[in-house]
Design a protein around this ligand. Sequence first.
Ligand code: ZN
Length: 264
Amino acid sequence: MLRFEGVLQKMPTHLRDQVHYYMNLGVDLIHMNEFLDKEIHLQFLKYECLNCNKDKKIFRQGFCYDCFYAIPQAGDWIMKPELSKAHLDEEDRDLEYEKKVQLQPHIVYLANSSNVKVGVTRKTQVPTRWIDQGAHEALEILEVPNRYLAGIAEVALKEHVADKTNWRTMLKNEIEDVNLEVTRDQLKQYLPQEVLPYFLDANTETNIKFPVLAYPKKLKSLNLEKKQHFTGKLVGIKGQYLIFEDYTVFNVRSNEGLYVSLEV
Ligand SMILES: [Zn+2]
């Protein structure tokens, strides 16, 4: 039996013929694909805020309440890129940090995980962001020099396409292929004038295969904080979800900051 212990964080991934997932528990980087078709035991031991490392209940994004409302990594502009202000030299929580993150190339993309949606990410996060969302196809449509411009493009396009994934549809794999290049060309007319010089009219779709042996027919979401422990046979990984044979699914990303043990 193998045993690992550490704080849960979003699984790092690597895209080859299919997605390879790793669990980053302390010093051990665990290749999760090797555990497919094997029984896994997860146990919740305590909290560990990803910023202050204290054993405090996690509020959001792996941070305790106090950290979430204080640190620049959890500013409103993270979830709402259109609120970015570093390009105006205006500080939200820490201008130096905000300049570093916001004033770099960003991608506005279309991704299809359950439906076509529009999203924003730093260029360095392609294709990671798409993998995290469980998108089986995605396409860059704009490459802009800062987060603000990506944000205003996204706001404009949200009037015409979704900006959320239906995680149930994504996990049950009730998906259809869409020609994203056609969608891109249809959406161009809705883009704000300011971002038109950054339109990517010739990119092609990226297709992503996930390591899933069997898709669940129904879904039971695991609340590890409440249940304390869980045992099940791993039959797939998609997005940031572990999928088990009994239809239990566990979203690693939304459980960041939980300190757990993992036994295989
Ligand atoms: Zn904290």
